[in-house]
Design a protein around this ligand. Structure first.
Ligand SMILES: [Zn+2]
Length: 251
């Protein structure tokens, strides 16, 4: 069978996890599930085990060596660190009344390829959670080669802006949603962060350019104004509840 990353005929491993586990720490319910909403019109809520995986898509080397290396970097240099404090790696800044987390020491190559791997992973997955999003085949192939070669591509190629809630907000981060908005943009809501990927470098506005990770190893994460996070979550949950009620009336 052919590995989707290296394209070699190799023995494929049974389970490849959809996302690295550290990305959804804190969004498991008591049954170890995550709420998932997968459709662009938000009408398809479901649950997925936190260990959800695709079967037989990657060889051992691609999953446990190539992709895992980038995931490990992201975990150890970002997700597991105190990025909401001021320290040698992060700085909480306020620019014209807009708040950001300034990441000062994120390796451009490693973190960018980690982000690219999330985008590629969702595109190649056959899991129902990701059924609404597929990259154009040329883009998928470009990213596949980039991951395999360790090439982070140019700053604006498939650039990604991260947003999060304010530090002092106690918010719920209990769902995963992959939302293709237009042909040129896809938004991933995963736990604490909203990841906006720009699929066309010409469409990246000045503001988003500021946010995406730079060759200087810097990245700016926007903190949404107070209340915005709950508003976004509320809109999604309300839509889902409304849809659920319509479905239950049908049955
Ligand atoms: Zn492989």
């Amino acid at each position: 069978m052919t590995c989707k990353l290296c394209l070699q005929n190799k023995k494929l491993i049974k389970k490849s996890h959809l996302f690295p586990k550290f990305m959804y720490n804190g969004i498991r319910d008591e049954k170890n599930r995550m709420s998932t909403i997968s459709s662009d019109n938000l009408n398809d809520i479901g649950y997925v085990q936190s260990g959800a995986y695709d079967e037989y898509i990657l060889c051992n080397n691609c999953d446990n060596n190539i992709l895992s290396n980038y995931e490990r970097y992201a975990a150890n240099h970002f997700y597991k660190l105190n990025y909401r404090e001021n320290n040698e790696n992060f700085c909480q800044i306020d620019k014209d009344n807009i708040q950001f987390i300034f990441c000062k020491n994120l390796d451009y190559s490693k973190f960018k390829i980690f982000l690219l791997s999330l985008l590629w992973r969702v595109s190649i997955s056959s899991h129902y959670l990701f059924k609404d999003f597929k990259l154009p085949l040329d883009d998928e192939e470009k990213i596949r080669k980039a991951i395999l070669k360790g090439d982070p591509l140019e700053e604006l190629e498939f650039s990604c802006s991260l947003s999060t809630h304010q530090n002092d907000e106690k918010v719920l981060t209990d769902f995963i949603l992959i939302k293709p908005t237009t042909q040129k943009k896809v938004i991933f809501y995963i736990n604490d962060f909203i990841y906006t990927f720009y699929l066309d470098s010409n469409e990246v506005g000045n503001y988003e350019q500021l946010q995406s990770i730079k060759r200087s190893n810097e990245m700016l994460i926007l903190k949404l104004p107070h209340g915005f996070w709950e508003k976004i979550r509320g809109t999604i949950v309300e839509t889902v509840v409304a849809q659920g009620m319509r479905n239950s009336k049908k049955s």
